[in-house]
Design a protein around this ligand. Structure first.
Ligand SMILES: Nc1nc2c(ncn2[C@@H]2O[C@H](COP(=O)(O)OP(=O)(O)OP(=O)(O)O)[C@@H](O)[C@H]2O)c(=O)[nH]1
Ligand SMILES: [Mg+2]
Length: 398
């Protein structure tokens, strides 16, 4: 039975699929890859979140009055989130003991962003916290963000001040740290360095690049897909975690994929149906070689996909589910776009797109899925994903 036939069949086989979907999506949304922000009161943490997400709920303090009262999570995008910021309260608030937050964040955070205002060289509390975090060995990625960079107008002075803070952090960590300078509030209302910040965040979490770096594309179909890409990535993440949520497993994946197709169809002004599924199947043809079995799950898919030979044994089922769901979503969007415009699209084109879409999210999948679970197999996948990182593109492109 082909993958697509299976999707239809599994979805029809029970009414509780909806419950499974909501259970899995809840799990997904509460285990998002997390960028944990740490810095003194007034360092600019909330401003950073607001500037990146556009979420005005990240309270911005006036001056140095402590303002974020507790740690807050900002899922991004708000609907169909694929990563989140954890905006912690400033660590220099008097009487504040960071130990509990550190414990919580060390579990929840996957990368630590240390925020320091240029010119604020008194960072002992932060350095103590960084030391604690380092000792916990739970955070592997660190980034130092120097905010209010234009407060030092002389470039040499700016360089001296930022170097001073970077040296302090590096001494604490015992290794070098990537750093960026940014100013979110220039007198003319503009910003400086936000693009560098996005690039640095993308280095730590490739999915940031997909969401925040808008690609130029001339092709109308690809442009339309860009609008839907986050949704497809969200369903891919949900499929990926279904392998991790206890008691659900691979059986949920086809149901999630069907739900995604129905959801995408709405965006193309149509309805997903058995007939549509059949037609897409026919267009792709059995030759796509994607076979799916309940017993072996998406691992089977790998055998037929070019370029996956070496990683077959190591890649986790969760990563396969992520990539397969993404590729199906991508191909279905192209199929529906051309249908909507009453244009033909060749089988070869759709098949090639399926493979390239699958390939383009390999790195993302490794990161996304690994953030959602603590199993050995999954964290192994992160390391493999990191190892492949040099070779693979970190953004989704076809
Ligand atoms: N000029 C300038 N001002 C900034 C910048 N970043 C933050 N600010 C200002 O600094 C003040 C504090 O910013 P917040 O983002 O609230 O600081 P925070 O780190 O979230 O502080 P707490 O919530 O108290 O921990 C606000 O008035 C911001 O407008 C920056 O890059 N340039
Ligand atoms: Mg704040």
């Amino acid at each position: 039975m082909s993958l697509f036939e299976n999707i239809g069949q599994v979805f029809r086989s029970g009414d509780d699929k909806q419950n499974v979907l909501s259970e899995v999506s809840q799990y997904h949304d509460s285990h998002l890859p997390t960028l944990w922000l740490m810095g003194k009161t007034g360092a600019g943490k909330s401003t950073l979140v607001q500037s990146i997400t556009g979420n005005s709920e990240a309270e911005i303090g006036k001056g140095f009055r402590p303002c974020t009262r507790t740690a807050k999570q900002f899922a991004f995008p708000e609907s169909n989130p694929v990563f989140q910021f954890l905006d912690t309260r400033g660590l220099s608030e008097s009487g504040y003991d960071a130990t509990q937050d550190i414990k919580f964040c060390a579990k929840q955070g996957h990368a630590l962003i240390i925020v320091m205002k240029v010119g604020d060289t008194e960072q002992d509390d932060i350095l103590r916290a960084v030391q604690q975090i380092k000792s916990s060995q739970q955070i592997k990625n660190y980034l130092l963000v120097h905010t209010a960079s234009h407060s030092a107008s002389d470039p040499n002075e700016r360089e001296r001040l930022t170097r001073h803070n970077r040296d302090q952090v590096e001494e604490t960590l015992g290794v070098g740290i990537a750093s960026v300078m940014v100013d979110f509030k220039l007198p003319d209302g503009g910003t400086d360095g936000v693009e560098d910040l996005i690039n640095a965040l993308s280095e730590m979490l490739p999915i940031v690049a997909v969401l925040l770096r808008k690609k130029q594309c001339d092709d109308e179909e690809a442009k339309e897909f860009q609008e839907l890409q986050t949704k497809v990535l969200w369903y891919s993440g949900v499929s990926g975690v279904s392998d991790i949520v206890p008691g659900i497993g691979l059986v949920a994946v086809p149901g999630i994929q069907w739900k995604m197709l129905s959801d995408l169809a709405e965006s193309y002004g149509t309805q997903w149906s058995k007939a549509a599924l059949g037609e897409l199947l026919g267009t792709l043809g059995a030759g796509i070689g994607v076979r799916y079995s309940m017993k072996f799950g998406t691992r089977q898919v790998v055998k037929f996909l070019p370029g996956w030979g070496q990683t077959v044994g190591a890649a986790s089922a969760a990563v396969m589910s992520f990539c397969t769901t993404y590729a199906i979503g991508r191909v279905a969007c192209k199929y529906m776009y051309h249908k909507e415009h009453q244009e033909d699209v060749s089988k070869e084109e759709l098949r090639a797109l399926f493979y390239s879409a699958f390939d383009s999210v390999k790195v993302l999948a490794g990161r996304e899925v690994s953030c959602s679970g603590d199993t050995d197999g999954v964290s192994q996948t992160t390391d493999q994903a990191s190892a492949r990182r040099e070779a693979d593109a970190s953004t989704v492109s076809e």
